[in-house]
Design a protein around this ligand. Structure first.
Ligand code: SF4
Ligand code: SF4
Ligand code: FES
Length: 233
């Protein structure tokens, strides 16, 4: 099948515009990331109107659904480009946009600094060795799979960059901390959780439907609320 890939493009600091590319995969199981790579590898990149254009800016690293770098919006849904299969789009029409809650750097590349700033604000790290117990081991393991990709923030109705509510990308690492911090260090992170997650979350769970790591965000919320707010063991 030949695909039409429409990309919302933007040069550094300029107005956004749409540009369409025609792409025929070499293999049936190609991903959006492979299509972007192959388009950029062409000696001369032509758009669907046959006009020469500049390379498409986007980010990737692992190409194995492990780093979160390639997160972008595919046909309206935030996804990892390296795991979004072209063949899932039966009509052959694919629209790519940058994640919508972050400043755009260029084309599909966004500045996700706020993810790390929010983690820094609540001091989401261990000062001493983690305290591991069997009861919370599997929950802590689940939480550690968060890629910090930002897909959950893209669909969260209550999150905006710079706001007090930090949403699921902070909730999930906090769950791990609540599981593994030594008892005498949990109160501080529990207060940060109450302020930046519990107080602002509407619990409609749009985040659960899009997490590319398959993290059960409802479970993260329920268990973190139990540990941080209701002080259950
Ligand atoms: S919770 Fe899921 S969607 Fe959100 S940042 Fe982590 S991996 Fe990405
Ligand atoms: S449950 Fe709703 S408000 Fe809470 S983090 Fe998920 S999308 Fe955002
Ligand atoms: S490139 Fe690492 S998750 Fe897609």
């Amino acid at each position: 099948m030949v695909y039409k890939i429409e990309i919302l493009r933007r040069k550094h600091g300029e107005k956004p515009y749409k540009e369409t590319f025609v792409y025929e995969p070499v293999r049936e199981d190609e991903s959006v990331a492979t299509a972007l790579q192959r388009l950029n590898e062409r000696d001369v990149l032509l758009n669907a109107d046959g006009k020469e254009t500049s390379v498409i800016e986007w980010e990737c690293s692992c190409l194995q659904k492990k780093c979160g770098a390639c997160a972008m919006v595919v046909n309206g849904v935030p996804k990892l480009a390296c795991s979004a299969k072209l063949s899932d789009y039966k009509k052959g029409e694919i629209r790519l946009e940058p994640l919508r809650k972050f400043p755009v750097i260029a084309d599909l590349t966004v500045d996700r600094t706020i993810l790390h700033e929010n983690l820094k604000t609540i001091q989401a790290w261990f000062d001493s060795a983690p305290h591991r117990d069997d009861k919370r081991g599997s929950l802590a393991f689940e939480a550690s799979r968060c890629l910090q990709c930002g897909c959950c923030l893209d669909v969260c109705p209550n999150f905006y960059a710079g706001g007090e509510f930090y949403s699921m990308s902070v909730c999930v690492p906090t769950t791990k901390l609540l599981c593994e911090l030594p008892k005498n260090e949990r109160d501080k992170i529990a207060r940060e959780y109450a302020k930046h997650v519990y107080n602002g979350c509407g619990k409609a769970l749009s985040c659960k439907n899009v997490c590319p790591a398959g993290i059960e965000t409802d479970e993260m919320l329920v268990k973190s609320n139990a540990m941080a707010i209701w002080k259950r063991k």
